[in-house]
Design a protein around this ligand. Structure first.
Ligand SMILES: [Zn+2]
Length: 265
């Protein structure tokens, strides 16, 4: 199985003890690519640093609604120009925890959505209890490429997201008992979803309570396969192709060709 991890936070201190060995383990197993997600100043910078160390790790930069009051437009603009930055995110609205005032969340989200359009980058959306407001801001800003990370809406909102041409992505929460998400998984077309662990958060069943990592990503593919009545491999392949296209992952640099000395016609 070939897997594309589209949302990890491997730069966080949770991975300080074994970061590099875990990354090697991921790449030695089924993981081929990892998108490491920034959510504030520090993690936007550290995600890019991590991406620069590994050919198949890419970064996103942006200010999460929890960190909206620290928003630094100049920093986002500067980092967005970096080659290994493939999206603006995770950005959005969180009306569940409400760690920043509503007005600031809205303004900062709109601002960054605008920047994404200007820099021609896709958007990784964090939407918690704010479906319609996220939808409206993305529409108002003319965002064409967006993924609703850790999709948590119902089937009606899912249809709205699909109609807008956006993607959704599923975490370990699909493995929890949540019939609403099952219905969404059932209807999402094969070319419109991605998979992610959101590690170290949201470990899939049966690892709840442990630190999550990309090594558990296959469990999410398996659960989606079970709901859709297809093979885990088909899910993994579709999600892989979708992520590759969505994040516009460049081809690997071509290794310099060996000049064959003494080669004769
Ligand atoms: Zn996240």
């Amino acid at each position: 199985m070939k897997l594309f991890e589209t949302h990890a936070h491997l730069d966080l201190p949770d991975f300080d003890d074994d970061r590099e060995s875990l990354i090697s383990k991921c790449f030695n197993q089924d993981i081929e690519y990892i998108i490491n997600i920034g959510f504030n100043k520090e993690t936007s910078i550290s995600s890019l640093e991590l991406a620069k160390k590994h050919l198949h790790i890419f970064a996103t930069v942006g200010f999460h609604p929890h960190d909206a009051t620290d928003f630094d437009a100049e920093l986002v603009k500067r980092l967005a120009r970096e080659k290994k930055v493939v999206a603006i995110g995770e950005i959005g609205l969180d009306f569940f925890r409400n760690l920043s005032p509503y007005t600031v969340q809205r303004e900062v989200f709109a601002n960054q959505a605008h920047l994404a359009v200007e820099y021609e980058l896709p958007v990784v959306v964090h939407d918690r209890e704010a479906h319609q407001e996220c939808y409206k801001i993305l529409k108002d800003q003319g965002v064409k490429d967006a993924v609703f990370h850790c999709f948590s809406g119902d089937i009606i909102f899912a249809q709205q997201v699909l109609d807008a041409g956006w993607m959704m992505s599923f975490t370990g929460s699909v493995t929890y008992n949540n019939s609403q998400l099952e219905n969404v998984v059932r209807i999402v077309p094969m070319d419109r979803f991605m998979i992610e662990t959101d590690c170290p958060y949201l470990p899939p069943h049966p690892h709840r309570g442990k630190r999550n990592s990309p090594l558990f990503l296959h469990l999410i593919a398996s659960k989606i396969a079970e709901i859709k009545g297809i093979s885990p491999n088909e899910v993994a392949e579709a999600a892989f192709a979708n992520a590759h296209k969505f994040f516009r992952i460049p081809p690997d640099p071509v290794k310099p060709a060996h000049h064959k000395a003494g080669h004769k016609k």
